[in-house]
Design a protein around this ligand. Structure first.
Ligand SMILES: [Zn+2]
Length: 507
């Protein structure tokens, strides 16, 4: 029997028509034929998915799977629902592991807490684990809190940008941006843990129907990542990786082609222009509603941006520019206009959240891809949620206007940013946007999470839709996403990667 021939019978998604009953013939890694009826003999392995719905596998246009892999042994604090509970977990961990050892955690989100909706402080952590250095990263990755011992061990001086001081002039333990970067760099991990973490993450990707992730790394991460991939041999997922702009010189001198492996390709340059709404570091025109003295942090001024954009563009490198707040977006778009960039390089603006009509128009003119995260909408933009609290109703309404983006003719690529790592949740969020004018339909949302996120990686001719000649990267869904009431209930039944089938749940 030749395993290389696979037939999938089922309800197959075509973006032009919706679901149609068809059979797919898959040879090696590609779809070779789509037919109404295929005569199946013993040569073929048949997957009968007539009860199910077959779509192109998701391409997560913005995620951090390497970070997920690195912290695979950290405490997962995302399910914690109060500050009190957080303290208990850390106290308990300290008791189990004993003094001196690091306590590392991630994923806490105070905006969902029942008792106090504030960031923890150094004192909170000192109270429960004075003899362990503690480092806990907020869900958005743009803020962490450390205790006193960790401050000391990490040599964090108060003059580093992003060390937040209290009224007494002492560090509160909250670290943002540069300070956070400085601290995280010192938290070590070894290649074996990373390799194990990547294997776990690849399995998680199968469960979510994801075959590719667009990532961001620095050079240290990149080399550990390549080492780990080498150890593993093969993973059923591909990575499209941007390198942060501090290493622009290196990228220019080295050239992209030399930095690639079977599972990973280097995309271009990532630039951060501001932080996040959650950490109150997204750069705003007007102050935060819940912090009237603060307009966020513009991490680079216009001229710095122009210089980076011009150099990257001249070197033929694709740019992915992180910009969330309106002031950051103003600055980035202005810098892009001045830099006169080559739109063939498909430069991207990441997040592009707090925007107005002018922003959309200018981005369209510049030929930018809007690389947006519907998952943020489900997570924080629902009525009464964190975005509304931080920004007030007027600005809250302006955020993530997906429909307008599409109507204005921008390419809309979707990613999860691991909030959570789940495209199905993102699709539900885009369809159920709290501002009805910003909602898009299910098919459009799926297309942004497959075809257009492939486009954002120059791969739309190879993957991202079900068509003969394209790579057989598919996800089989338990329910019809065009008909089901609550899209979040959809399960991934199987994931097919380059023609190989990975069953997730099958009944
Ligand atoms: Zn991100």
């Amino acid at each position: 029997m030749d395993n290389k021939l696979l037939v999938i019978k089922g309800n197959i998604l075509f973006f032009e028509y919706g679901f149609v009953k068809k059979s797919l013939l898959i040879e090696d890694d590609s779809i070779s034929l789509i037919s109404d009826s295929l005569h199946v003999n013993q040569q073929y392995k048949l997957i009968n998915a007539e009860k199910y719905y077959v779509i192109p596998a998701f391409v997560d246009g913005h995620a951090h799977l390497l970070s997920m892999a690195k912290r695979s042994e950290w405490l997962d604090l995302s399910k914690i629902d109060s500050l009190q509970k957080l303290k208990e977990v850390i106290s308990e961990t300290s008791r189990i592991i004993g003094p001196k050892k690091w306590i590392l955690g991630y994923g806490w989100d105070e905006s969902h807490w029942r008792d106090e909706q504030r960031y923890p402080t150094r004192r909170d952590l000192d109270e429960v684990a004075p003899d362990n250095p503690v480092f806990i990263r907020r869900i958005d990755g743009h803020l962490a809190v450390v205790n006193s011992l960790a401050l000391k061990k990490l040599h964090i001086k108060r003059n580093i940008r992003g060390v937040i001081l209290g009224k007494d002039g002492e560090p509160t333990g909250v670290l943002k941006e540069d300070a956070l970067e400085y601290a995280s760099k010192q938290l070590e991990y070894n290649i074996d843990t990373l390799a194990q973490g990547l294997i776990k993450v690849a399995l998680e990707a199968q469960r979510k129907g994801v075959s590719m992730s667009h990532e961001t790394m620095d050079l240290d991460d990149l080399s550990s990542f390549f080492y780990a991939l080498q150890k593993i041999g093969n993973l059923d997922i591909k990575f499209y990786t941007f390198i942060v702009d501090q290493f622009l010189d290196y990228l220019i001198s080295r050239g992209l082609g030399k930095l690639a492996s079977k599972n990973a390709k280097i995309a271009g340059v990532k630039v951060f222009s501001d932080g996040s709404i959650g950490a109150r570091t997204a750069a705003l025109r007007e102050p935060y509603k819940d912090d009237p003295s603060n307009r966020g942090m513009l991490l680079k001024d216009r001229d710095e941006l122009v210089e980076i954009f011009q150099r990257a563009d001249k070197a033929g490198l694709q740019l992915a520019v992180h910009a969330i707040g309106d002031r950051a977006i103003d600055t980035v778009l202005e810098a892009m206009k001045i830099a006169k960039m080559n739109s063939q390089l498909r430069h991207r603006i990441e997040h592009f959240e707090l925007i107005d009509d002018d922003h959309i128009r200018i981005a369209r003119k510049l030929g930018l891809i809007a690389s947006m995260q519907p998952n943020f909408v489900g997570q924080w933009q629902m009525p009464g949620g964190m975005y509304e609290k931080r920004l007030g109703k007027n600005r809250w309404r302006r955020m993530n206007p997906f429909r307008k983006i599409i109507e204005e003719g921008l390419i809309l690529s979707f990613g999860s940013d691991c909030m959570p790592f789940d495209p199905i949740f993102g699709i539900w969020s885009a369809v159920n946007h709290p501002v009805s004018d910003s909602r898009i339909d299910v098919l459009t949302a799926i297309k942004s999470y497959t075809y257009y996120s492939s486009y954002a990686a120059f791969l739309e001719d190879v993957q991202g839709e079900i068509k003969s000649g394209k790579i057989a990267n598919l996800a089989i869904l338990s329910h019809d996403p065009l008909k089901i009431q609550d899209i979040r209930k959809i399960k991934i039944i199987a994931h097919i990667y380059e023609g190989r089938i990975n069953y997730v749940t099958w009944s």
